[in-house]
Design a binder for this molecule. Structure first.
Ligand code: PLP
Length: 487
């Protein structure tokens, strides 16, 4: 047998001998109970020194592939299940499709056709990719200092598991901020820290949605939310939006839950007016439905004060308010929060504990200090001011270079707009996207965020991460690839 032993030539000699013997055992060339050659014989046959062979045998013994009998040698372990000897002709390996749970199948299905968050390998100079915040405005140096300070000061105790619901000091800081800036009515104890708002949605689905339950989505809507409820097996019910957001009068009579973006409808940008907010709350009470308010970029409103949250108007405890630091700071932080109605607190904490025991505490501690020391508030107001400049640059450039070929909606707030290409059918979008890309411009169809194909082709344009100059140039280039309406 020793002459058949082939070393793969990769790395340390004793590992090579070990791998060759283990392979012979696993593929049945050496059957259970078979005697291995003596280390002396193998040393001779392989032309090696003795040490690598002895070390390889010790490793096989330690891992239970072989057992030693005093005075008689080393044997392949009897306890290994017998394996068939290798077939002469190697059969082609057939890809097997694993059997998934119903949830697993729905999760896979829900991702179909959606773009990934992964960045392009080669960056485009004018990338209007949605979801990228104003990286240039972020006070990187201050954040690094605060983070380093928290890491230095961390005691052994701080290395332990943190509380599932999040660090008290961050929950206090968030409760204060949400109350001041967004008129959210809450105590620190109502705040649950999560790994981004995506996790808040996932927890809500786990805690509130059984397969077959009706979940209301805006049409169009945020695809990340749709995925969650699809994977949960919900029966989705689309309610259209207009320039003012959700058309509340078209809500169904009953539903388990409605996912809404009242401060800045995603992706069309409408801001839900007060009468519709009150009607929505009244509907939730009547329908026995929970409302998830996703306030993903409520900090950015360019005219007047930021609109106050829906949760602040809720007197029946039916609104779950979801906030995130992905837009206002940066998404890799993976920190968000959900203000949970009292009646759901225990269930949400239990579900969060099941998911991941709790969110990483170092970043939580750093963020609490970042807020307490005023960096956060300064950053928000500075970034809002600069984003207003970028927004103006975008609107002017669209007017100048696209004219009547396009219409912008949703520019009053947030970090993106929706650009409707009037009279251009959706089917032409892939070619437009490719032509834009060839010109160095990244643009992204609204279609993944729709359940029904919209009448006109639409592009979601995120502009926060670009300079005013790049925005103007990017739109100028886009103007060259967008078809003009026929007169
Ligand atoms: C409307 C909306 N909600 C939620 C999210 C997810 O944010 P997070 O990074 O907090 O999971 C996004 C991300 O782009 C979003 O656009």
């Amino acid at each position: 047998m020793t002459t058949l032993l082939v070393l793969d030539g990769d790395g340390l000699l004793h590992r090579q001998v070990y791998r060759a013997l283990r392979a012979a055992i696993l593929d049945g060339t050496l059957t259970p109970g078979a005697r291995l050659p003596s280390t002396r014989a193998l040393t001779r046959d392989l032309g090696l020194s003795r040490t690598p062979v002895v070390l390889a045998y010790e490793q096989l013994l330690a891992e239970g592939y072989a057992s030693a009998r005093a005075g008689s040698g080393t044997y392949v372990a009897h306890t290994l299940a017998a394996r068939p000897a290798p077939a002469r002709a190697v059969e082609p390996v057939r890809a097997t499709v694993p059997r998934l749970s119903r949830f697993g199948r729905r999760a896979v299905e829900s991702a179909r056709g959606l773009p990934s968050w992964r960045l392009r390998d080669v960056a485009l100079p004018y990338d209007f990719r949605y979801g990228r915040p104003a990286y240039g405005d972020f006070p990187h140096e201050a954040w690094r200092r605060v983070l380093a300070r928290c890491a230095r000061r961390a005691s052994v105790r701080a290395l332990d598991y943190g509380p599932t619901e999040g660090l008290d000091r961050l929950r206090e800081a968030i409760a204060g901020y949400a109350a001041r800036a967004r008129a959210v009515r809450c105590e620190p104890d109502d705040v649950l820290i999560v790994n981004g708002s995506q996790q808040a949605l996932d927890l809500a689905a786990r805690v509130l949605v059984d397969p077959g339950a009706t979940v209301v989505l805006e049409e169009p809507h945020y695809a990340g939310a749709r995925r969650v409820f699809e994977a949960a097996g919900a029966r989705l019910r689309s309610v259209p939006v207009d320039a003012d957001g959700l058309r509340v009068e078209e809500l169904p009579r009953a539903a388990r839950l409605a996912y809404v973006t009242p401060s800045h409808q995603f992706p069309t940008g409408g801001v839900l007016p007060a009468p519709r907010r009150l009607a929505l709350l009244a509907w939730a009470e009547r329908a026995g439905a929970w409302l998830i308010e996703d306030d993903y970029d409520g900090e950015y409103r360019y005219a007047g004060r930021p609109v106050e949250s829906l949760q602040g108007l809720d007197r029946a405890g039916r609104v779950l308010y979801v906030g995130t630091f992905s837009k206002v700071l940066f998404p890799a932080l993976r920190l968000g929060y959900v203000v949970v109605p009292h009646a759901l607190r225990r269930a949400f904490r239990a579900a969060k504990g099941l998911c991941d025991t709790g969110t990483s505490t170092l970043e939580q501690a750093a963020l609490a200090e970042f807020i307490r020391e005023g960096y956060f508030a300064r950053h928000v107001s500075r970034s809002r001011l600069r984003s207003a400049g970028r927004r103006t640059a975008l609107l002017e450039a669209v007017h100048q270079h696209l004219g009547s070929a396009a219409e912008v909606t949703g520019a009053e707030a947030g970090l993106h707009v929706l650009l409707w290409l009037r009279g251009v059918p959706e089917a032409r979008l892939p070619a437009i996207v490719r032509a834009a890309e060839a010109a160095g411009v990244g643009v992204y169809p609204v279609t993944p965020h729709c359940r029904q194909t919209p009448r006109d082709a639409g592009l979601v344009l995120g502009y926060a991460s670009l300079t005013e100059q790049s925005i103007r140039e990017g739109i100028r280039r886009l103007g060259r690839v967008i078809p003009r309406p026929e007169r």
